[in-house]
Structures are given as C-alpha cells and as structure tokens.
Design a protein around this ligand. Sequence first.
Ligand SMILES: Nc1ncnc2c1ncn2[C@@H]1O[C@H](COP(=O)(O)OP(=O)(O)OP(=O)(O)O)[C@@H](O)[C@H]1O
Ligand SMILES: [Mg+2]
Length: 364
Amino acid sequence: MSGTSLDGVDAVLAQETGDGGSTLRAAAHVALPMPEALRDELLVLNQSGGDELHRAALAANAISELYASAAARLLQDAGVAAAEVAAIGAHGQTVRHRPQAFGGTGYTLQLINGALLAEGTGIAVVCDFRSRDLAAGGQGAPLVPAFHAACFSRPHQDVAVLNVGGIANLTLLPAQGTVAGFDCGPGNLLMDLWCRRHLGSHYDAAGAWAAGGQVDRGLLDRLLAEPFFALAPPKSTGRDLFGAAWLDSRLGTAGVAPQDVMATLAEVTARAAVQAVQRHAPSTSTLLVCGGGAYNRHLMLRLADLAGADIAVASTATVGLAPDQVEALAFAWLARAHLARLYGNLPSVTGARGPRVLGALYPA
Ligand SMILES: Nc1ncnc2c1ncn2[C@@H]1O[C@H](COP(=O)(O)OP(=O)(O)OP(=O)(O)O)[C@@H](O)[C@H]1O
Ligand SMILES: [Mg+2]
C-alpha cells in the first residue's frame, strides 16, 4: 500500500485467521520511505503537465520497483519463500481520482506496473482494484470498509472506523443494518503540506507543533465551508480537491501565524470526521482510529474531545491491529477476495450498481 500522503510503502505479510480464514493478521510489516525524487514526480503527476503519459509510465515502473523491494525485505525478515505467498495485493499510487466525472464514468488512476511487480517478485499480483467499481457506476472508494467490517464489527455495539491517511475515510459498522463508508475530508495531507512548507519536515510528529498553536476561528470557518463536507455519501476525494491550491485560496491575506494555521488544519481534520460520525451514525459508541494519523497525539485528543463522553475514541492497536498496518492488510484481503472470486466492494459504500470482483491478476 502506498497512499495519498506519499510517505512511503507499507508491506504486510498477511495470514488467514478466523473462521475459514475470514480475517487476516499481519505476521510481518515493512515500511519503506518514498524516495524524495519519486515523491516529487508523483506530486507533479497529480496535475496536468507536459509529457504526462511518458512520465506516468516511468513513475509506475519506479513505484513497482519500490513495492518489489518492500516485498523482498518483508519475506527476508519473515523467513518466508515467495512460493509460499498466494498473491500480492498492490494498490499502486493514486495520481488522479475523478469518479463519475466529465459527463460519464470518469476515471481513477493508480500508477502501478503489475507485470513488472510479478516479474520482480515471482509472486502473483492483483492490482487495479478501483476501476471495476467505477465501471459499475461507483466511486471506486473507499474500498476498505468491507475489510473493516470483517475485523472490527461488534454484535451489540455501533462502531465507526476512521482511517486518517492523506485523506480521511470513515466506515460505519452498525450492530444492526448496513455498512456505510465514505471519505470524510482531509486526513494528514494538508497538515503534511504545511509542515513541509514551514518546518521542512515530513509531518508534525505527534502533533506537537499543532498542539502549541491556537485555532483561528475565521480560517476554520472558511475551511469547513467547503461543500464536500456537507455532501451526502457516497462520496470520495483526493488531492484533486484537497491540495495546495485549495488551502492557499482559503488562507487569504489574513496573516494567520503558521503555527495557528497548523492548529486549524488539525482541527479541520478532527471536526470533519466527528461531524460526519455525529450526522450519519449518532449511536456510535466506539470510534477506532487507524492510519498514520493515529500516531498524531494532538489529533487523537481533539477527536476524543469533539466526540464527547458518549463516543470512546481509541487506536485500532487497542483491538490488536497496529494503525499503520490496517490499510495494507485491507488490500491483501481484497487480493484474497479476487483469487477466491469473491466480491470486494460494498455497493452501499461506493454507490456501484452491485457487488463486483475487484482487481486484475498478473500470475506469478
Ligand atoms: N508519529 C506521527 N505523528 C504525527 N503524524 C504521523 C506520525 N506518523 C505518521 N504520521 C502521519 O501519517 C501519515 C502517513 O499515514 P498513512 O500511511 O496512513 O497515509 P497514506 O499513505 O496516505 O494512506 P492511505 O491514503 O492509504 O490511507 C504521515 O504522512 C504523517 O502525516
Ligand atoms: Mg502511507
């Protein structure tokens, strides 16, 4: 898995557990950082530019080679042979996400070269998970709710799962009824952007910088006025909306101090998520947080404060799944579904016409 934060690649070795292998556990985990040059190139490819086809093809090769290195390291660490692995579920790097746009199906584009990854590892590769759902009229995202449902549902409690990656997505798991899920707004990506710009660091470790700032009310209101937050699901988003241009156009000339902007950006992520839970699943009793944002202590405190006494906020680590392994495990789970010809999408989440087998297979 490599997500919109462009922080790196997470590889997990997934082992079947539960009844008939219905859920997975991570037997090993490797995180490789994204090389700066590749990161810069992928950021460029998020927008229209010269010689895009050529550059995208080379970037797909580069990301696939990085995935292959992560897989090799993982197997070496775990002492497992490639032949023992059924498949790699490889998400690829999203550079554009415009589902149901431009008067038709639109498109979502994850750069990956499945053939190169299969050659580089000797392992079957399942990739291109999202396009089938789009073709069936869906958003192609989020795809993780089916996995969240398998791992985190509780029989007598309404649970919500918040993945704070670059974008934040929410899965609503009622004890009774249908699973829902949607992207609820920015996760880390605006905070990361601001950190790079003002501190030169990749992210605000534990949210310490944000914690020392003051939320600017005017800026907070301008940011939360974004119509995406009020849209009814199904909905999904990406850097296409929540990028530097979005932030800069709303910063205005008010001259808010950088640290206060940071505090305000953390507040936007927290408020958008909690408001979405309160609006769409008011009887939620537990909000489980995963993704890199779960390591942002300030963000976790803001989530807990905004959620109030009725909703307990906790990292997925409290139920046995490390927050930085959940997304990668989800794509292993989707690859497993593909091999078994099981449906991977939830039409109640993506808005697709029906359930579909997701992904395309490059045999070993
Ligand atoms: N110790 C930490 N303190 C604060 N933030 C952290 C910490 N560790 C990770 N993060 C944040 O998490 C981000 C990475 O999270 P993650 O890998 O879940 O996002 P992603 O790659 O965009 O995933 P996806 O889009 O698939 O959900 C980093 O860019 C950073 O913002
Ligand atoms: Mg990541």
